[in-house]
Structures are given as structure tokens and as C-alpha cells.
Design a protein around this ligand. Structure first.
Ligand code: UD1
Length: 419
């Protein structure tokens, strides 16, 4: 277990570069299984979650080398062996190998990923879609077994635009016979990146970023090695933008695609923060105390649930009362208790949090319950005058590359302590 000792009160100033997107890297690494050959992936963030996905690939028989931010995968010798509970427990997103293993081998067994800190997170949409592609699914003793001779293209309508289900089904359909149309899909930028990777190995996928994705199935022999560069991480970039706002600083975040940040930029501007977008950077300047705003999390291009805790941190110091409604995950207010320990005035009623902004918060001994909750608590700790001890920072390491190093270079004072 590691913790952060944070002394707040400094305005953050300078330039920080966003890393490659975690949520785009995980499905693309899973998709490396499909081509039974080599893939070189650049701008891969060095994160715990990526390391778990690498371990899953190695466990399945892939050769993987990871130098700095480039991963090379050779999936020639991958076998569809059962994925143990131990690996699935380390990261829920390990379930993303379901579609690629089933597409390539017609057989996959994984331990059921179960719920997590932020919600129950079922897999019914993944499994229903795979069944429509012709797979037989068995759920027994906590394991999911999916089988098919060869998947066959189908028309699939998702009940809701699940990111993971869209990704698994896109990967499975690449090697299916015939055309698959998936409607009501997730439109997140990470889906567009997955489509680009799949097309670079010889898949025929179009429509990602819209409501409907169409995949024309190809044969394994038609797939080829690929070289792909990850898109920037919009959530990491967004967190640095809020850091500038909450500390009253002046920060330029580089390596971003400003269009991906629009839902956040709109809310920051509404709160009175100065945001100027360039071609591949965004400059954020805190402008005194922010104004209260209301936020409802929605699938992209709505406001991202992965930025909700960070915005709540900012709004706990706003002038006026803000209302945040969380519509994606049922248990994503774990940071509220910790923010209250720091003096925030927040009331939760069901899926809604009512945040009465206060003038000042103070340091405390607090705990990160999950990745984005942890990121939000670091934000508040940097904004208060006194010291904070934040426990369980391993959650933060799942999704932020060298977080304290990047913040300290902007003027923060964060020390990582190994217990
Ligand atoms: C991904 C992201 C996560 C982000 C989330 C929503 C990755 C690795 N993780 O998670 O950071 O917070 O998108 O933007 O990319 N659902 C079902 N049945 C299913 C699948 C999902 O009911 O079969 C529900 C979930 O419980 C949740 C909602 O759909 O309420 C959205 O989940 P989903 O989009 O699937 O999220 P993930 O892909 O798990």
C-alpha cells in the first residue's frame, strides 16, 4: 500500500502532456489477439491496468514486449485457455478478450468479472450480442463459456450504449461470416480508435463515433500485422484542466484532441473558468472562485461519468449550490464521504448529489476508494492550504501515469510514501 502526503495551496502553472488513452489501449491490446501476428502499439500509457492486460495476453500465450510507451504483441501462439478468477479480479476490463478470443478460436472461458466499487456492471449486453452472432453461452460456477463454429454476422440493437459491449461485439464480428450491424452503440472516441486499429489489421469496420457500426467479416488469413498510435487520454487531460481551475492556476495541457474535451470545456466555462483550445492543446486559467453548475453524466458526447468526481471536487468550493446527477453507475459517490471529511457540504439523494459550495476546505486523512474518486481527492488536497494524507493510491496508479511527478512539475507538493 502506498499513500500520498500532499501539501496544498500552490497555484499550478506550466505545461503538462497527456498520455495515451487507457480506455482505448485496453480494447486495442485485446484486439491484438485477432490477427494471429504482430502489432506495434505506440503511446501506450504505463499504468497498472495496461500491465494487467499485458499479463492476460502473456497468460494466453502471446509474446509481449513493453519498452517505454511502445508495446509489441505477437499473438501467433495464443491459445483460448480459461482465464482465471485471479486475473479477472485484478481488472474488470480483462473481459475485453471475450470478443477477440471467440472471433479467432470459436471458444472462450472467462471467470465472471462481477461487480466493482462503482456499480454492479453486468455483462448481459455483451452476452446477448454474442448469442445473436451465433455463440452458445453457458454461465456456470462463476465462469462464462462461449462457443461457436464460426460466428455469423447479425443485426444487433443494444438496449443501452455500453462501451465494453460495443467493443467486444466489434472485435468478435471482425472474423464473423457476413455483415454485422450494431445499433445504439457507444460513441466514445475510444471506439473510433478501436475501429482504426481493426481496419489497420485488415478488418472492415465503419461507423464508429455514430449510432451504428457496420462490420463486414473477413477470414483470419486476410488479417495482417499493424502499427498503431493511441489517441490521447481525454480523462487524464480533463483532470489536469480541473486541477488548473481548482488551484486558480494557469496550465496548458498538450497532446489532446480538443473536440473530445468539449463536454468538460462547456461546463468549465459555465463555471467561469477561462478555457482556450488550440489545435492539440488546451489552456485553462482559474478565475477566482467558480460558479455553481448542474451536471448530469451521460454517454458521449454527454458529460463523462469518469469526470464526475473531479468536477464534484471543484464544485465543493463553488459559489452557490450545484446538483450532480449520476446516470451511468449506481455507486459512484464514494468520494462524497471523504470530501465531507475535508469540510464539503454535500448531500446525496439517490443518484443525485447536492453540493453547497463552501469558502474553504481543509486537509484530512482520507482514502481513495476507486480511480476517479482518488483523482478527485488529490485535486482538493492541492487546493487546500494545509496537509492531506491520501491512502490507497494504488487505485490512482491504475489510470494516471506518474500523476505526482506531473503535478509536482506544475508546482504541486506531493510525496509518495511506501508504507
Ligand atoms: C467503460 C470505461 C469506464 C467508463 C464507462 C462509461 C473502459 C475500460 N472503461 O466501462 O471508464 O466509466 O465505460 O463511460 O473503457 N451495462 C449493462 N449491461 C452490460 C454492460 C453495461 O447494463 O452488459 C451498464 C453498466 O452497468 C453501466 C452502463 O451500462 O451502468 C455503462 O457501462 P459500460 O459503458 O459498459 O462501461 P464499461 O465498458 O464497463
Amino acid at each position: 500500500m502506498q499513500k500520498f502526503m500532499i501539501v496544498g495551496g500552490n497555484r499550478l502553472n506550466g505545461t503538462v502532456r497527456a498520455s495515451g488513452s487507457k480506455n482505448a489501449t485496453l480494447p486495442i491490446l485485446a484486439a491484438c489477439i485477432l490477427n494471429a501476428g504482430k502489432s506495434v502499439i505506440c503511446e501506450v500509457p504505463r499504468l497498472m491496468d495496461v500491465s494487467v492486460m499485458k499479463d492476460v495476453l502473456v497468460y494466453l500465450g502471446a509474446k509481449v514486449s513493453w519498452e517505454r510507451n511502445t508495446i509489441e504483441v505477437d499473438s501467433s501462439n495464443v491459445q483460448p485457455i480459461e482465464i482465471s478468477e485471479e486475473l479477472m479480479r485484478r481488472m474488470r476490463a480483462s473481459n475485453l478478450v471475450l470478443g477477440s478470443l471467440l472471433g479467432r478460436f470459436g471458444h472462450v472461458v472467462i471467470s465472471y468479472p462481477g461487480g466493482c466499487q462503482i456499480g454492479s456492471r453486468p455483462m448481459n449486453l455483451h452476452l446477448k450480442g454474442l448469442q445473436l452472432l451465433g455463440a452458445t453461452i453457458q454461465e456456470k460456477f462463476g465462469y462464462i463459456t462461449a462457443k461457436a463454429d464460426r460466428l455469423v454476422g447479425a443485426d444487433i440493437h443494444l438496449d443501452l450504449p455500453s462501451v465494453g459491449a460495443t467493443e467486444n461485439l466489434m472485435m468478435a464480428a471482425v472474423l464473423a461470416e457476413g455483415v454485422t450491424t450494431i445499433r445504439n452503440v457507444a460513441k466514445e472516441p475510444e471506439l473510433v480508435d478501436l475501429q482504426n486499429y481493426l481496419n489497420s489489421i485488415g478488418g472492415r469496420v465503419k461507423g464508429a463515433g455514430t449510432d451504428t457500426v457496420k462490420i463486414e467479416g473477413v477470414r483470419l488469413e486476410e488479417l495482417k500485422p499493424a502499427h498503431h498510435t493511441m489517441i490521447p487520454d481525454r480523462i487524464e487531460a480533463g483532470t489536469y484542466m480541473v486541477a488548473a481551475a481548482i488551484t486558480g492556476g494557469d496550465v496548458t495541457v498538450t497532446n489532446v484532441i480538443p473536440e473530445h474535451l468539449e463536454p468538460l470545456v462547456a461546463k468549465l466555462r459555465e463555471a467561469g473558468v477561462d478555457v482556450v483550445a488550440g489545435d492539440d492543446c488546451v489552456k485553462v486559467r482559474g478565475n477566482g472562485r467558480v460558479k455553481a453548475v448542474d451536471i448530469k453524466t451521460m454517454p458521449y458526447p454527454g458529460f463523462p461519468t469518469d469526470m464526475q468526481p473531479q468536477m464534484m471536487a471543484l464544485l465543493s468550493l463553488a459559489e452557490g449550490t450545484s446538483v450532480i446527477t449520476e446516470t451511468i453507475f449506481e455507486n459512484r459517490f464514494k468520494h462524497v464521504g471523504e470530501l465531507r471529511r475535508m469540510g464539503a457540504d454535500i448531500r446525496v439523494e439517490g443518484q443525485t448529489a447536492i453540493i453547497k459550495g463552501v469558502d474553504k476546505l481543509s486537509g484530512a486523512c482520507i482514502e481513495a476508494s476507486d480511480l476517479r474518486a482518488g483523482a478527485a481527492l488529490v485535486l482538493v488536497a492541492m487546493a487546500v492550504e494545509d496537509g492531506t494524507v491520501l491512502e490507497n493510491v494504488q487505485h490512482i496508479d491504475r489510470g494516471y501515469e506518474r500523476l505526482e511527478v506531473k503535478y509536482n512539475a506544475l508546482g504541486a507538493r506531493i510525496i509518495r510514501v511506501h508504507n
